[in-house]
Design a protein around this ligand. Sequence first.
Ligand code: FPP
Length: 247
Amino acid sequence: MSTSRPARIPQHVAIIMDGNGRWAKQRGMPRLEGHRRGVETVRTVVDTARELGIRYLTLYAFSAENWKRPGEEVSGLMGLLDFFLKRELNNLIKEKVRLRTIGRIEALPENVRRELDRVKAATQHFTEWNLVLALNYGAQTEAVDAARAYAEAVRDGRENPAEASWEKFRRYLYTAEIPEPDLLIRTSGELRLSNFLMLQLAYAELVFTPTLWPDFGRADLVAACEEYARRERRYGATTEQIQTGRA
Ligand code: FPP
């Protein structure tokens, strides 16, 4: 196993965990078995992220569109989430990892909401490491929810539209307390954002890997961070400005 660390570590890595179904199909197993193996990958990735010094890890665990899947798969995924939260409570406390969520959590089954509340409350005082689960999340819905909250703030005199800015508007997003991702990884070879963090990813580096999520391991996260470290982030400025520190 490589012990090397990439030169520049992203502060926030967001991951679209894709390919569980194909992984299972390739082995003649039910789709849920792929998701089950995917949960083990989540554990490995949380460990590796801490080891590398990645302070925020956001995982797309259930999209607002995933309700369209067969009922059996949806309830299987909810069951896995419940299992994961029960199993990880003590680990997250021991590792000082704060659990956060983004998305319309209120629509999740009651037992899952209860576990989420329990783990979030037990880890809310940790500041160094953050695991953010995107659950019943959709970027378009998030934009609508933020616009509504912003409009209410204008109506109540708490915001002045003439002074609107990204810095002010972002406070109404689900990610208000979370910095923008530096690196987005999508597994399984698909080249789409699938309604994930579309505003927050404005300047993120994108890394797509053909590896299916259940096969994604420590070396794959290190490789994605190495790729990130090789990229030049210009935020609209020129290479020369970046190199001379004048951007
Ligand atoms: C995409 O693979 C994956 C999902 C829709 C769910 C991801 C969920 C997990 C990894 C497990 C639960 C998560 C936690 C945090 C406990 P897919 O089913 O779309 O794969 P396919 O494209 O190959 O069919």
